[in-house]
Design a protein around this ligand. Structure first.
Ligand SMILES: *[C@@H]1O[C@H](CO)[C@@H](O)[C@H](O)[C@H]1NC(C)=O
Ligand SMILES: *[C@@H]1O[C@H](CO)[C@@H](O)[C@H](O)[C@H]1NC(C)=O
Length: 409
């Protein structure tokens, strides 16, 4: 577990040194000594400033950033600022820098150049963008819903809310889900409501995609869109925004499941498990225990010691599909104020759960959730709740086969 602020320990040394100097010079009363002291302090300040710049240059997190950010791995020079929103205007705040922000700032060579040659006379830009660094995300923060369905849960008296995070331009995935497990509507007499959760499209054609989303929303009334930039690195924001939304608009329902768009979901089996499940403080799915923090910078889920010092993560439910009782969103959002938001979304929820002292629990049957896609068979799929699927499989025809009448096994 990581308390807010504990990841930023790089700034504390020089004020201490300066403080000692100050105390030791109190005894020197002559003007000459004061003068020497002033020079000493100035020298120390210049030294620390230079040292901090050297540290910035030598700490090769640019490599880590690109390694961790697989989409940008190829063909991007470190010079071309991997972060799409890193505004070059962000003013370095001298030597009072924290390790994490420095790590991202240095991915932008133009900022580095500015730092070494502070030749600016123009007034600073208003409130420059302050990046949280490559391993942390901007949360908590005030995000707003630009497409919303605030009344649906209440009107439908939903028992289970399915939330599927998708990229804004991924209409095909949404349509597949609507025509398969997402379109069930109810099972065992319990209402199941489906929502897709998206952020803002960042790349080319954003206005067109936004227009199409509005149209799609008028058609299906199942889109929830928030105003953060939708990208892999922002998944934690997406998850937290989902929890905020569930708390605001679906707290009358019993359970929610966050499920990835490439999964197969056996809705009746899930409802069957939930009618006998704990009603509060309940989170289940594929629960990882004693997972080691990945320290190889080339790994997709790398986290440096500076960001998360412990060798192991607390228990957490894998992000591809987990279920939670709907008292938890409010508690998790509250807990998130005390836990530094890392970019690995499921780990982050685990950190928040651990902060609250509520460990996620295993499902009653170890085969209910499957992380490795097995070969489809009616019999096998009838016995599980959720599984990943092969990307080349035709999920619509599998679904048709699964739903046809007749015994499963
Ligand atoms: C940054 O990249 C541009 C071209 O992409 C190149 O012209 C320029 O010299 C590079 N600057 C540095 C500091 O490497
Ligand atoms: C994540 O979203 C925030 C808010 O929209 C944005 O400022 C930030 O640049 C995004 N992160 C990345 C890596 O794009």
């Amino acid at each position: 577990m990581l308390e807010r602020g504990s990841a930023t320990g790089g700034q504390s040394q020089w004020p201490g040194k300066a403080g000692n100097l100050l105390r030791s010079t109190r005894r020197c009363s002559s003007f000459r000594w004061k003068y020497i002291f002033l020079i000493l302090v100035l020298t120390a300040v210049v030294f620390v400033y230079n040292a901090s710049i050297k540290e910035v240059v030598s700490w090769d997190s640019t490599k880590w950033w690109f390694a961790a950010n697989s989409q940008r791995q190829n063909g991007v020079s470190p010079n071309s600022s991997g972060s799409s929103t890193g505004t070059p205007g962000s003013e370095p705040t001298g030597f009072v820098t924290e390790i994490i922000p420095v790590a991202l700032r240095q991915t932008d060579a133009s900022v580095l150049t500015q730092q070494t040659t502070p030749s600016r006379a123009e007034p600073p830009t208003p409130r420059p963008y302050k990046s949280p660094g490559p391993y942390l995300v901007e949360y908590p923060s005030e995000y707003h819903f630009i497409i919303n369905e605030p009344k649906t849960c209440e009107q439908q008296k939903s028992f289970l809310v399915l939330v599927v995070p998708v990229a804004p331009n991924n209409r095909a995935h949404r349509d597949t889900i609507r025509s398969t497990w997402g379109g069930e509507g109810a099972a065992l007499g319990k209402v199941v409501t489906l929502f897709f959760l998206l952020g803002l499209h960042g790349g080319e054609g954003a206005p067109q995609i936004q227009e199409q989303l509005l149209q799609e929303s008028r058609e299906h009334h199942d889109l929830i869109q928030s105003d953060f930039l939708d990208c892999y690195k922002n998944l934690t924001i997406k998850t937290m925004v989902m929890l905020e939304w569930l708390d605001l608009h679906c707290s009358g329902a019993s359970y929610a499941m966050k499920i990835d768009s490439d999964m197969f979901l056996n809705v009746p089996k899930l409802i069957g498990m939930l009618v006998n499940a704990p009603k509060t403080n309940y989170m289940t799915g594929l629960v990882a225990r004693g997972a080691m923090v990945l320290r190889d910078p080339a790994n997709k889920w790398y986290l440096p010691v500076e960001v998360y010092p412990s060798r192991y993560y607390p228990r957490y439910a894998l992000g591809l599909g987990y279920v939670l009782s709907l008292d938890l969103p409010k508690k998790l959002v509250e807990a998130s104020r005390h836990v530094t938001a890392v970019y690995i979304e499921d780990v982050y929820l685990g950190l928040c759960m651990s902060h609250m002292g509520i460990p996620p629990t295993d499902p009653p049957n170890g085969n209910y959730f499957q992380v490795f896609p097995g070969t489809y068979s009616r019999c096998a799929y009838s016995q599980l709740i959720a599984t990943t699927t092969h990307p080349h499989e035709d999920r619509v025809s599998i679904w048709k086969d699964f739903k046809r009448p007749g015994p499963y096994c």
